[in-house]
Write a protein that binds this ligand. Structure first.
Ligand code: NAI
Length: 369
């Protein structure tokens, strides 16, 4: 298992539905947009390379069905832009990119299709693909066989993602409650999967009171038993009183339709696209709920990829992932000091890093010339 996102096809269905409806195309201008088509193998794909100022665009390959072609393009661009922010916020030497392969029914030969897609990736030379929803390590191996670098290993990134989310939660609790540790803090973990499971174990070991909600009730119960916590029905996840809501299952849990019902002080989790839209960030703030931007909290997976690529040892990787905590503390402090949303502060910090890097690179080029 590898890459930056969940491997669950089931989640894929939920995540792409109408995800782009409210997105203004102009907001998501990409550095490069590649439309790929090969009728011989049934390939229709979009590669969106959002920004390569910091390095090659790192982002997964999503295989999903879309209502129409424009929706696929919008989704690739939007997700690529989110990867730019995630990689920049995590201080990684990567830009942002993402690709989608359109699921148009039965695939005659999946390996051939993926290999052909890899040939298109090879043409751009600025994109490092990884596993995303709907694709597997085997798919990425076929993509890589076309002669491109892929961010793929058999090592599961989820424990690192969970470690980063736990660090984000500890920092947010320290900020909001003015205390250290999570002893007695009630954390509702939505999703008892790879990330949610590891997160629940970590926080419970530190004294947190863990509440688990999962669409798979048996999985939730097993995890709750293991960590000495309790379960609530999946439908009650967003209305159960808790200190921290940790979305680790599906996208867009914080929306204008759900925010009124939330009974938590902090939202910090692993799920990408936790906010349904930007207005949701304002709504959360208006309710006094601190939202830790998903792309800051869940960067453990991409930090893991960087560590594999640079052959950093486990100790350095751990330290790099734990820095997510310091990052969250700083951005919450700046948000308080400036009266802005943590989301706005995090985005601005990421963009500043890109701009500064761009200026330095341009200056170096002038000197070289
Ligand atoms: P997973 O597939 O291992 O676990 C997801 C869990 O959510 C499953 O137990 C599933 O039954 C449950 N679930 C699905 N729909 C639900 C619902 N409506 N209500 C409650 N539970 C529901 O996925 P994984 O790897 O743990 O990832 C979790 C989230 O974190 C996903 O949104 C993923 O995109 C995101 N993420 C994961 C990373 C990783 O390293 N695995 C990295 C960055 C983001």
């Amino acid at each position: 298992v590898c890459g930056i996102d969940s491997r669950s096809n089931r989640l894929a269905e939920e995540e792409h539905v109408s995800s782009t409806d409210a997105i203004d195309m102009q907001v998501w201008e990409s550095e490069q947009l590649v439309i790929c088509r090969d009728d011989a193998v049934g390939l229709r794909a979009v590669i969106a390379i959002d920004d390569t100022t910091l390095g090659p665009g790192l982002g997964g390959v999503r295989l999903a069905a879309y209502g129409d072609d424009a929706a696929a393009i919008r989704e690739a661009r939007r997700l690529a832009a989110a990867m730019t922010l995630k990689n920049a916020a995590a201080e990684l030497p990567f830009g942002g990119a993402k690709s989608v392969i359109l699921d148009r029914g039965p695939i005659a030969d999946r390996r051939v299709l993926m290999h052909r897609f890899g040939e298109f990736v090879a043409r751009s030379g600025a994109y490092i693909p990884g596993v995303d929803m709907g694709t597997t390590t085997d798919d990425l191996a076929a993509v890589g066989a076309a002669g491109v670098e892929v961010s793929c290993s058999e090592e599961d990134p989820s424990p690192w993602t969970a470690l980063g989310v736990a660090a984000a939660i500890r920092a947010a609790v320290a900020h909001v409650e003015q205390r250290s540790g999570v002893d007695g803090v009630r954390v509702l973990v939505q999703g008892a999967g790879h990330v949610g499971g590891a997160l629940a174990r970590d926080l419970a070991a530190d004294g947190a009171e863990v509440v688990v909600a999962d669409a798979d009730a048996a999985r939730a119960a097993a995890l709750a038993r293991e960590v000495g916590g309790r379960t609530v029905a999946a439908e009650a996840a967003l209305t159960t009183p808790c200190d921290v809501l940790a979305p680790c299952a599906i996208a867009r849990v914080a929306s204008p339709a759900t925010i009124d019902g939330l009974r938590c002080r902090i939202v910090a989790g692993a799920a990408n696209d936790t906010l349904a839209d930007r207005a949701s960030a304002d709504l959360l703030a208006a309710r006094g709920i601190v939202y830790v931007p998903d792309f800051v909290a869940n960067a453990g997976g991409v930090i893991h990829i960087d560590a594999l690529r640079s052959a950093a040892g486990a100790e350095r990787l751990r330290a790099d992932v734990l820095r997510i905590g310091a990052r969250v503390r700083e951005l919450l402090e700046e948000a308080d000091a400036t009266g802005r949303l943590p989301l706005a502060v995090a985005e601005e910090r990421a963009r500043r890093r890109i701009a500064e890097h761009g200026r330095t690179a341009a200056a170096a080029e002038r000197v070289a010339a």
